[in-house]
Design a protein. Structure first.
Length: 82
């Protein structure tokens, strides 16, 4: 889960809260807060620092929320959820 969250986090990092529909902004903020929860050490980034420290259960919750956001965006575009 951590490896996949690293990639997802790096992909989501450039996105801004206001780029999401209001109904998803709180979920996106939660995901980003969770992915960048811990301060970086040395040359690592916050996502890497967080991935070193989070528990599997937390990683699963973050992944589930990312999928829920993605599904909601697909439905808003008239596409079926994954």
């Amino acid at each position: 889960v951590r490896d996949r969250l690293r990639v997802a986090g790096q992909t989501l990092l450039p996105l801004q809260l206001n780029e999401f529909p209001k109904s998803l902004q709180q979920d996106f903020k939660w995901v980003m807060d969770q992915l960048t929860r811990y301060d970086a050490l040395g040359s690592e980034g916050r996502i890497e620092a967080t991935m070193r420290r989070i528990q599997n259960v937390t990683g699963e919750k973050i992944a589930q929320r990312i999928v829920a956001i993605y599904d909601s965006l697909r439905v808003a575009q008239g596409l079926p959820p994954i």
